[in-house]
Design a protein around this ligand. Structure first.
Ligand SMILES: [Zn+2]
Length: 143
């Protein structure tokens, strides 16, 4: 996952669709596996999780990534706190795991969207929905 805070106005309706795709898949996954715990879901899906120290490459901040071929989610330790503050969540690790699990599911189900940014929005919505409404800290909630 990289920073996707900028999106043009023209993309707004497809943005709403992307949110729907993410939320919908979260409902499906919760219904199917009966858990919101991304670690357990990763286990069921046969996805491995690895931690690396450094995710920042110059200006670019990579918080986490998923390798389809090896089925490995990589979480970068150095940016966990940065991510937590940016998105306003208490448990950045679970959030990023859920985000990358979405990429796994999307890849498998071939409901891929053309735009990378839209996929990121879907993954974000998936992670929020999967973890329930309490994931976003009060102060960072939209009015
Ligand atoms: Zn992503």
């Amino acid at each position: 996952m990289t920073d996707t805070s900028e999106i043009s106005i023209q993309e707004r309706s497809s943005q709403e669709k992307a949110v729907f795709i993410g939320e919908n898949l979260a409902f499906e996954v919760y219904g199917k596996f009966g858990t919101r715990d991304p670690r357990r879901i990763a286990g069921i899906l046969g996805i491995k999780i690895e931690m690396k120290d450094k995710g920042s490459i110059g200006e670019l901040e990579v918080f986490s990534s998923y390798n389809h071929r090896s089925k490995v989610i990589t979480i970068y330790r150095d940016l966990l706190m940065t991510f937590s503050k940016k998105v306003g969540i208490d448990n950045p690790l679970d959030f990023l795991l859920a985000h990358e699990i979405f990429h796994h599911l999307l890849y498998k189900n071939e409901v891929r969207q053309r735009s990378g940014i839209l996929n990121e929005i879907s993954a974000h919505s998936f992670a929020i929905k999967l973890q329930g409404s309490n994931v976003i800290k009060q102060g960072n909630k939209d009015p």
